[in-house]
Design a protein around this ligand. Structure first.
Ligand SMILES: NC(=O)c1ccc[n+]([C@@H]2O[C@H](COP(=O)([O-])OP(=O)(O)OC[C@H]3O[C@@H](n4cnc5c(N)ncnc54)[C@H](OP(=O)(O)O)[C@@H]3O)[C@@H](O)[C@H]2O)c1
Length: 335
């Protein structure tokens, strides 16, 4: 029998920050494959803030993962055993594998990936975060050349793509991130026009200096005080796109709403939230367009890759600590 190493959910972190003890190491025997099933050796797992919500079982966001279940995660792996003629051994696939070395799933639940230079991009620009940036910015944000676009969580997986797309559309792009290194990377490597370190700089004053005619489009990944400071500075007909609110994900009590929301009335502006899955029918066309941008060197992928299966719980905690530049991933089988 083959042993499968796994990490199970051990506790719900609702109303507090994640802890290592929220996860429990487990070893399980691998069962024979059923009809149409495929065994995948997991190679790389995706990390995203919504995984905390997944184990808090917050209604309306995801169906949730119960205590005792394998921790959920999307990933890329290789087929090592197959009862699905359409997915022979050796194929690279994308799927919801969870935190385990071997995942057994119906072949029809997996997406075959070309084994080319864009393989890991399917967890980044060509995956959920890239698509979130694409539809949030383009469909809801409706950027126009010359707009001033502000993006929070700008050095993360979603924000870094949203900012690059806004640059492609001819906007002036200002990012906010939590370290000087991240801010420098946004400007020097990704071509943002300016970046604000929200931990060390006065965000309000910096926005006043960088957005003299106001903010036309604010792409919000963090919520809280930063959302309020941006609402205070929106231009006429601004679009405020609520993508995420990571500043509230560890809150122990209900979080107050933004004080400056009434500027939406004065400035005839719009504030709108969305879930990327709303656009699932348009994913193939968006992925094709972003792939073309990547091939043309107009859209860069950046990843922070942590090595080691044993690092999985720590990596999720580190995502909330802002360790990542670009997309956070764990390589489960280094070397
Ligand atoms: N609506 C949707 O369909 C959808 C889909 C995917 C993701 N999202 C949301 O998009 C946001 C970004 O997700 P992602 O996967 O791209 O993650 P990410 O930005 O790659 O990683 C999270 C980043 O958040 C920042 N952060 C952590 N705590 C913070 C705080 N208290 N205040 C401000 N920033 C904080 C950290 O960077 P710093 O060093 O800059 O602090 C960290 O690197 C999340 O809020 C997520 O829930 C929404």
């Amino acid at each position: 029998m083959t042993t499968n190493r796994q990490w199970l959910v051990a506790a719900s972190p609702r109303g507090r920050a994640l802890e290592l003890t929220d996860f429990k190491y487990n070893e399980a025997e691998v069962e024979p494959l059923g009809k149409g099933e495929v065994r995948v050796k997991v190679e790389c797992l995706s990390f995203e803030p919504s995984q905390k919500g997944q184990i808090e079982v917050i209604a309306g966001y995801s169906s949730g993962t119960a205590i005792g279940d394998v921790m959920g995660a999307r990933g890329i792996g290789e087929v090592v055993e197959s009862n699905d003629p359409g997915l022979p051994v050796g194929k690279k696939v994308l799927g919801s594998f969870g935190w385990q070395e071997l995942a057994t799933l119906p072949g029809r639940s997996l997406q075959e990936l070309p084994n080319d230079q864009f393989l890991t991009a399917h967890l980044g620009p060509l995956g959920a975060q890239g698509l979130t940036a694409y539809f949030g910015l383009l469909n809801l944000g409706e950027p126009k050349a010359g707009d001033t676009v502000v993006i929070s969580g700008a050095a993360g997986a979603t924000g870094s793509i949203a900012g690059q797309i806004a640059k492609l559309k001819g906007c002036t792009v200002i990012g906010m991130a939590g370290s000087n290194d991240k801010c420098q990377w946004l400007v020097d490597d990704l071509g943002f026009d300016a970046a604000i370190n929200y931990k060390t700089q006065d965000v309000g004053r910096s926005l006043d200096a960088l957005c003299p005619t106001g903010i036309n489009l604010y792409f919000d990944n963090v919520g809280g005080e930063i959302l309020d400071l941006c609402l205070e500075r929106i231009a006429m007909n601004a679009r405020v796109i609520i993508c995420g609110g990571i500043s509230r994900y560890n809150a122990t009590a209900p979080v107050p709403g933004p004080k400056n929301y009434f500027n939406l009335v004065f400035r005839r502006a719009r504030m709108e939230g969305f879930i990327v899955l709303d656009y699932i029918n348009q994913f193939p066309a968006a992925i094709a367009e972003m792939k073309r941008w990547m091939e043309a060197g107009q859209l860069k992928q950046s990843t922070t890759v942590i090595d080691g299966f044993e690092q999985l719980p720590r990596a999720l905690i580190q995502l909330f600590e802002g360790v990542n530049i670009g997309k956070m991933m764990v390589n489960t089988n280094p070397g």
